[in-house]
Design a protein around this ligand. Structure first.
Ligand code: ADP
Ligand code: MG
Length: 393
């Protein structure tokens, strides 16, 4: 069900509480990547242009319900102010007299940033009283924080009980791109699932097995599937307790007539931390004392060729230990294949998004989700609490 957005409501002169995801990486108090702030700009600028009083609320880090100096949002307010080219007032509280007073002095088009909402225990507890206190500050609520939409917290879900609640542009784009890819894909629909563990992605694989034409499994999790097929994978990461589940998924794919692609060859090494020997072997010949750390070149070609023929590709999870250059080749080749294909390409998952950026092809991907956990839950076919709380269009 599509959701109402800021475009569907009148915001002029209104106090608009916007939940954004300003959970940016900080090093010694300096923001090292402001992608998340930039991603919220379209909604903020739209509201400014329409004469709203824009009240922003976000979390940062894990202060665990307490005030922690290193997680104050002052550096974020400064960066936002630079990006907007206008003053952003920052207050040191989220509820009570201080923000109320500052808000009463706002003019149309002004922007105010509340303090880190996770300084309050009521945020994560989704405490109704805390949600109501947040709601008291505003006339309308906008959720533009897709990255936290899988959490039912006070500022992501609870507050919507007390105010008219709509989606911001980033939220709308995420729902549209992920929703189209999963529920209305152009065929052939190819999903590439990787990453370390099967257990993290069971829900995603199960949901996508009902939808895709081709399922590609790579990364560490492929080892468990290879073992389920009877291959010996040496000292590779394997989830022994998921081998039966992997067998079941292989059977289901066959029964649904889904093409399921596993690696045919692999890059193996004698150690992850300090490899002294790295070689490419067929998956049926992994040496006893070696571990699989990336897909091999034949597998990368096979996966790339499936991507080339696709109408829609959804990718979640790297093909190898891409953080290390020696084992990044498979992931990079898949990223390039995605960039070169004419398919609608959607990337979800924090590490996968990082890998695509590292490969330098981010601008040729149709959509890179800003939400790791949220995109995963979306791919599992579950409704996100932060989305469910918004008004239907
Ligand atoms: P995402 O964040 O995109 O959802 P995951 O968090 O599920 O991805 O997986 C990413 C992690 O998987 C990376 O840290 C990577 O090193 C690891 N990984 C990939 N392949 C292997 C492998 N063969 N052995 C061990 N770890 C792997
Ligand atoms: Mg991850």
């Amino acid at each position: 069900m599509p959701k109402k957005t800021v475009k569907d409501i009148d915001v002029k002169g209104k106090r608009v509480l916007v939940r954004v995801d300003f959970n940016v990486p900080l090093k010694d108090g300096v923001i090292t990547d402001d992608t998340r702030i930039s991603a919220a700009l379209p909604t903020i600028k739209y509201l400014i242009d329409r004469g709203a009083k824009v009240i922003l609320v976000s979390h940062l880090g894990r202060p665990k319900g307490q005030v922690k100096e290193e997680f104050r949002l002052d550096p974020v307010a400064r960066r936002l102010s630079e990006l907007l080219g206008r003053e952003v007032t920052k207050v040191d509280q989220c509820i009570g007299e201080e923000p109320k007073k500052a808000i009463s002095q706002m003019r149309e088009g002004d922007v105010l940033l509340l303090e880190n909402v996770r300084f309050y225990a009521g945020e994560k507890e989704n405490d109704p009283q805390f949600a109501e206190q947040l709601a008291e500050l505003a006339d309308v609520y906008v959720n533009d924080a897709f990255g936290t939409a899988h959490r039912a917290h006070a500022s992501t879900a609870g507050v919507a009980r007390y105010l008219p609640a709509v989606a911001g542009f980033l939220m709308q784009k995420e729902l549209e791109m992920l929703g189209e890819a999963v529920n209305n894909p152009k065929h052939p629909f190819v999903a590439i699932i990787g990453g370390a563990k099967v257990s993290d992605k069971i829900g995603v694989i199960e949901n996508l097995l009902n939808k895709v034409d081709t399922l590609i499994i790579g990364g560490g999790m492929a080892n468990t599937f290879l073992k389920a097929k009877g291959f010996n994978v040496g000292r590779s990461l394997v989830e022994e307790d998921k081998i039966d589940l992997a067998k079941g998924l292989l059977q289901k794919a066959a029964a649904n007539k889904i093409e399921l692609l596993l690696p045919d060859d692999a890059l193996v090494a004698d150690s992850l931390e300090s490899p002294t020997a790295i070689k490419t072997v067929p998956v049926e010949k992994v040496p006893e004392d070696y571990m699989i750390l990336d897909i091999g070149p034949d597998s990368a070609k096979k996966f790339a060729s499936a991507v080339q023929k696709a109408g829609t590709v959804v990718w979640n999870g790297p093909m190898g230990v891409f953080e290390q250059k020696a084992f990044a080749g498979g992931t990079e080749e898949v990223a390039r294949a995605l960039a070169e294909s004419h398919a609608v390409s959607v990337v979800g998952g924090g590490d996968s998004a990082a890998a695509v950026k590292k490969t330098g092809v981010a601008d040729r991907i149709s959509h890179i989700s800003t939400g790791g956990g949220a995109s995963l839950q979306f791919l599992e076919g579950k409704e996100l609490p932060g989305v469910a709380a918004l008004q239907d269009a």
